[in-house]
Design a protein around this ligand. Structure first.
Ligand SMILES: [Zn+2]
Length: 285
């Protein structure tokens, strides 16, 4: 048996626009392209994150089956529903799989599936989400066996949300990064603060110190050239620094959007940038 990994990618999905002028300036609003990663040794697998809509989670389950994998665990990297509302579909396809997360991340995951939050998520994806959301259970310890190998779960603090983690598989020189590292996709900075952005930069340092060659980002542009770890960490660091500088120089959402778009004209999902700009500067705009 040999250790391997495969990545399932979903394209950006249309969502209702909540910011003025986006449709006219850019086009239909979209949710970022997303990934789910299957790490396996023979038939025994670990699925990392599992998407949001029922349809894409069913497609993910069919894809896992097509690879001959049988996930023993489904690990959720961080408390954002777009990485785990697909769980009921995955568990329907693989009833023996155990959905798990680090204990410290779970209260925020439970909050994500509370009626109030489900209403918010349902607003983005009307009629497309499970009506019976499931939160993962706490994992004992910080490793998950995959055949004869193991994956290590590493808490990294805050990225685009608190209690973020990454999955390190030394045997593959691989990190599955959830939302800590992005691959050529605008980074989710709505709701961020100077402290949270500094925390995110430290989280990138933690990932860099693992020295993996490959990073699978939770949000990856399907057009991205590769999954090179050094490139993605460098680009994610630079994006945070550029955003901080552009924010400092901006009094209105339009100014921030203009500067970041000039610097990053071709990243996936510009809607993410617009949401952040209106969230952080809208009151002053
Ligand atoms: Zn995400």
């Amino acid at each position: 048996m040999s250790l391997a990994f495969d990545v399932f990618v979903v394209d950006p999905k249309p969502i209702p626009s909540g910011v003025p002028g986006f449709a006219e300036a850019v086009g239909p609003a979209t949710w970022p392209p997303s990934t789910s990663t299957l790490i396996r040794d023979g038939t025994e697998g670990l699925l990392v994150d599992c998407l949001i809509t029922e349809r894409e989670a069913r497609e993910l389950a069919a894809w896992v089956k097509s690879l001959g994998g049988e996930p023993r665990y489904v690990y959720i990297t961080h408390p954002h529903a777009d990485h785990f509302l697909g769980l009921p579909e995955i568990l329907a396809a693989f009833p023996a799989a155990r959905p798990v997360a680090l204990a410290e991340s779970i209260p925020a995951m439970q909050e994500q599936i509370s009626p109030g939050y489900m209403q918010v998520w349902g607003g983005f994806f009307p009629g497309q989400l499970t009506s019976a959301p499931v939160a993962p259970a706490p994992l004992a310890g910080t490793t998950i066996p995959v055949g004869g190998s193991a994956a290590t779960l590493i808490p990294v603090g805050t990225s685009d949300t608190g209690h973020s983690t990454v999955v390190h598989v030394p045997g593959l020189s691989l990190v599955v990064s959830g939302d800590v590292v992005y691959n050529q996709t605008h980074m989710w900075l709505s709701g961020s603060t100077p402290d949270s952005r500094a925390g995110w930069a430290r989280a990138l340092d933690t990932v860099a110190a693992l020295g993996a060659r490959t990073i699978i980002a939770g949000h990856r542009d399907p057009r991205a050239p590769d999954d090179d770890a050094g490139r993605q960490i460098g680009e994610s660091r630079r994006y945070l620094a550029d955003f901080e500088a552009a924010l400092e120089r901006s009094a209105t959402p339009a100014e921030l959007i203009e500067q970041m778009t000039a610097r990053y004209p071709s990243l996936a999902n510009p809607y993410t940038l617009w949401v952040a700009a209106y969230d952080l500067l809208g009151a002053r705009g």
